[in-house]
Design a protein around this ligand. Structure first.
Ligand SMILES: [Zn+2]
Length: 78
């Protein structure tokens, strides 16, 4: 479960890479060449009654929905 203040890392499964190359993935993190490490700033229950989180990354904020949480590794928790 994600909580505000958690330090998270985006795991490789989030990306849509082909043949082990980042050039084929154009997600927010690849596009901005992010370090893919961020801090959870806000969590809330969304319109589907599922937890969502706003995470502040080195290249800006990004929203993760509950079904995407499996692609986040919690590096450290407050
Ligand atoms: Zn990507």
């Amino acid at each position: 479960m994600l909580r505000s203040g958690d330090l998270v890392k985006v795991m490789p499964g989030y990306h849509r890479w082909g043949e082990n190359s980042r050039t084929s993935c154009d997600c927010f993190f690849c596009f901005h060449k992010s370090k893919e490490v961020g801090i959870v700033t806000t969590t809330w229950v969304d319109e589907d009654d599922a937890l969502s989180a706003i995470i502040e990354f080195d290249v800006g904020e990004w929203v993760f929905r509950k079904h995407e949480f499996k692609h986040l590794d919690v590096v450290s928790s407050l």
